[in-house]
Design a protein around this ligand. Structure first.
Ligand code: APR
Ligand code: PHB
Length: 394
């Protein structure tokens, strides 16, 4: 088989890239290791920045998102038993975020791909990337016991943190930066109305908590837990009880509990690969970087990588220029490190670290107090949370 762009991975990055390329008349094939249902079964964050919303529109798949997504102009921060609101809309001159689950976004992209009759090979085994240091790269995979080959101009490595593309880059050409946090997030999804209209980020003496949501009737909550905890040991009751202990009086009284639809523990990691381009192979999304979820940047960063990659590929075909692909890594990494920094900073501000003594809790409390009472402090949180503009810093 021959295509222009072979995309490895049908998560949000691969699907979004595929859809944008299709709209631009560029041919792409996606190879994915697991089934579509498996991809949709992974519960991830659900906060879209404006740049991500715009990209879904550009890809022509924004209709349901605009109908069902909830616009949020602020977040709340709870510490020392008191809640404070960050009025992001006012602080950023009118910017908001949208609550729309990654699962829904992925489903919209999958449906559009299927409706357009585009090729996605699910359950592709032993995917391998070849000759990406030449102008004739190729991808192989096995399916139903048969070996297949895709010849292409470019390989897009959209295959997540554990994918094959980054692992295939020459070790001498790659540098990886990593920080693993000494705790995880235990998440619970339930068909209960959210405790609050807006998200509540909680710094409590018992650890971090987050009250998030998917819709007016579906909530998503998180608790900071030790890495040694197992999800099987957390009954729904134990989860709700612990959450209540981390909330303020008003939220505790208002919290509606119910059976979990999903419960899982996710580790927290900061990770960046440099560079993101290896000849004719490009890494995008989780394949190139991971952020801890505290700032909800993972999906948004993936989307902006895809935007930069898409623009570069279009420039290559339409203008016969390699300037865009040459600049891909630099451009992405500038944005990635800004979001990495914010996610790391917000994580260390809101969590209790096992080795921290009482003085660190006092530092956190004083910093939060400063941030909530300073226009500059509030703006710092707001402008990062809604997402820095695509052209920030050039
Ligand atoms: N061959 C083919 N496909 C693969 C391979 C492989 N060897 N390895 C992984 N994949 C697939 C995975 O099964 C997955 O469906 O690549 C896809 C990668 O998807 P994601 O992990 O969701 O990564 P990405 O599309 O970049 O999305 C980033 O996901 O983790 C969140 O916070 C992150 O929201 C962000 C988003
Ligand atoms: C979520 O809704 O899953 C979510 C929201 C905000 C975050 C992280 C996760 O910062």
């Amino acid at each position: 088989m021959r295509t222009q762009v072979a995309i490895v991975g049908a998560g949000p990055s691969g699907l979004l890239l595929g859809q944008l390329l299709h709209k631009a008349g560029i041919d792409a094939v996606i190879v994915e290791r697991v089934t579509g249902d498996y991809v949709l079964g992974r519960i991830r964050a659900g906060i879209l920045e404006q740049v991500c919303i715009d990209l879904m529109d550009e890809a022509g798949v924004g209709a349901r998102m605009h109908k069902e997504g909830l616009i949020h102009g602020g977040i709340e921060m709870l510490f020392d038993g008191k809640r404070h609101r960050v009025d992001m809309n006012k602080l950023t001159g009118g910017k908001n975020v949208m609550v729309y689950g990654q699962t829904e976004l992925t489903r919209d992209l999958m449906d559009a791909r299927a409706a357009a009759g585009l090729t996605t090979v699910y359950e592709a085994q032993n995917v391998a990337v070849h000759d990406f240091d030449s102008t004739k790269p190729w991808v192989t995979y096995e399916k139903d016991g048969q070996q297949h080959r895709i010849d292409c101009d470019f390989i897009a490595g959209c295959d997540g943190f554990h994918g094959v593309c980054r692992a295939s880059a020459p070790r001498s050409a790659i540098k990886e930066y990593e920080k693993v946090y000494p705790f995880g997030w235990l998440g619970l999804l339930s068909d209960t109305p959210p405790v609050n209209d807006e998200l509540i980020y909680v710094n409590s003496p018992r650890g971090f908590a987050l009250c998030s949501q998917r819709s007016k009737t579906r909530s998503r909550y998180y608790l900071q837990v030790p890495l040694t905890d197992h999800v099987e040991d957390w009954s729904d009751d134990a989860f709700w009880q612990e959450l209540k202990l981390r909330l303020d009086e008003e939220a505790r009284a208002k919290l509606v509990t119910g059976p979990s639809l999903e419960k899982s523990i996710a580790p927290l990691r900061s990770f960046v690969t440099e560079p993101l381009r290896f000849g004719r192979m490009f890494l995008a999304g989780d394949a190139g970087h991971i952020v801890p979820p505290t700032g909800a940047k993972g999906l948004n960063l993936a989307a902006t990588d895809v935007k930069y990659l898409f623009d570069a590929i279009v420039e290559f075909y339409k203008d016969k220029s390699e300037a865009g692909i040459d600049d891909y890594s630099r451009k992405c990494l500038a944005r990635i490190w800004r979001a990495e920094r914010f996610s790391w900073w917000f994580t260390q501000l809101m969590h209790r670290f096992p080795d921290d003594g009482p003085i660190t809790a006092k530092f956190q409390s004083a910093e939060l107090d400063y941030l909530m009472n300073s226009e500059a402090g509030l703006k710092t949180i707001a402008e990062n949370y809604v997402g820095l503009p695509l052209d920030f810093g050039g």
